[in-house]
Design a protein around this ligand. Structure first.
Ligand SMILES: Cc1ncc(COP(=O)(O)O)c(C=O)c1O
Length: 366
């Protein structure tokens, strides 16, 4: 490698900052890091503000422990999460994101029964993996109000049903069913099959968790993630809350139970639970961003589904131009799918400045 001034400067600066970054790492093109590309990423329901200040501090404090196995730290995190929800550490199973936990649950129920009941539209990223275990999906359309149809799901349960998966609030619609109705449904349906409740977005909607229900019933699994309100999507920390028997069974599918997350991620997640004011700030900013978006949709007469989460689904059929492509040329990324016999776009809430740019671009395109 040519030892030039830029490399020297980089090494001096990083040494000054107390970081021993090798020149190989420093040589990673800046485009590897999304923030420095200037891209506005509104396509994965991430938290655009990054980890909380306390999590950032923990990451810097603990990265030098990366030579150690995480045993002690994951034990502490399990206890911390358990205390947060008023349950016991034996009720918690950690995974590399909630995705890992969803996969473990699908594997766990994939015996003789092959049917998984889920909402349409719903969160599907894990469906391919479940299909590889031979699972099949019965997709229950949302109600006319575009919320999960619990009554239809209950009716659909039969002796081939291995699991019902419910995401509340639902992704991609951002709508949610009343928590008491969901509780009653869960108790009833769990008499027949495994009920899996994905609570990835409950904090945004101020919804109660069904954690206390799950810990006393082996047929209920609640899953939560640090990827959304806590801004740790890249740290990959999620967890199941369930009856100890169920936790034990799920953990049997992990090569090393609970240890898929690093010490750094565990420290960040632990610290995040202490950062209450950060969560409050994110809620305020997200509400502001949502209001800005919905005002824009109204001005443009675009149908949208009122959401209490960090994303909104809106109908793009009336837009004549290829909106997704046009947004891309402005370095703005969103998701678009066919739903309800039309074309819809799911836009995640970025920072206020990013949403100003998104709304301005949308007005120009539409
Ligand atoms: C409903 C839902 N569940 C789970 C996940 C996966 O999250 P994690 O990053 O915890 O794997 C997502 C991610 O977008 C999601 O929307």
């Amino acid at each position: 490698m040519v030892y030039n001034r830029r490399v020297w400067l980089q090494q001096s600066l990083t040494a000054l900052a107390g970081f021993a970054i090798s020149t190989d790492v420093a040589a990673i093109p800046t485009s590897f890091f999304a923030p420095s590309t200037g891209a506005i990423l509104l396509n994965s329901n991430e938290n655009p503000y990054g980890p909380s200040p306390l999590a950032q501090k923990a990451i810097l404090e603990y990265y030098m422990q990366s030579n150690r196995y995480p045993d002690d730290y994951i034990g502490l995190l399990q206890k911390k999460i358990a205390a947060h929800w008023g349950v016991k550490a034996e009720n918690i199973l950690l995974g590399a994101g909630s995705s890992e936990i969803i996969g473990l649950a699908a594997l766990h129920v994939s015996g003789k029964k092959k049917k998984i009941i889920t909402a349409e539209p719903g969160y599907k990223v894990w469906n391919g993996q479940a299909a590889s275990f031979g699972m099949e999906f019965e997709r229950i359309s949302l109600t006319n109000e575009r919320i999960t149809d619990l009554a239809a799901m209950l009716t659909a349960i039969d002796n081939t049903t291995a699991m019902v998966y419910i995401c509340n609030p639902n992704n991609p619609t951002g709508t949610f069913v009343d928590i008491n109705q969901l509780r009653n449904f869960t108790v009833e349906a769990a008499k027949k099959t495994m009920i899996f409740i994905d609570e990835a977005y409950t904090e945004y909607a101020g919804l109660e968790s069904l954690a206390t229900l799950a810990v006393v019933n082996p047929n209920i699994i609640v899953v939560k993630t640090f990827s959304k309100i806590y801004g740790l999507a890249g740290a990959r920390v999620g967890y199941a809350i369930a009856h100890p028997e169920t936790i034990q069974k799920l953990s049997n599918y992990q090569p090393w139970p609970n240890a898929a997350i690093s010490i750094v991620s565990a420290a960040a997640a632990f610290a995040s639970l202490n950062d209450i004011s950060y969560v409050q700030t994110i809620l305020t900013k997200t509400t502001e961003a949502r209001t800005m978006c919905t005002e824009t949709f109204k001005q443009l007469s675009l149908e949208y589904i009122p959401s209490q989460t960090n994303f909104i689904l809106f109908n793009i059929d009336p837009i004549k131009k290829d909106m997704i492509k046009e947004l891309k040329t402005k370095n703005i990324f969103v998701q678009s799918r066919k739903h309800f016999n039309g074309k819809w776009c799911r836009v995640s809430m970025g920072t206020i400045e990013e949403m100003q740019q998104f709304c301005a671009a949308l007005k120009e395109i539409a």
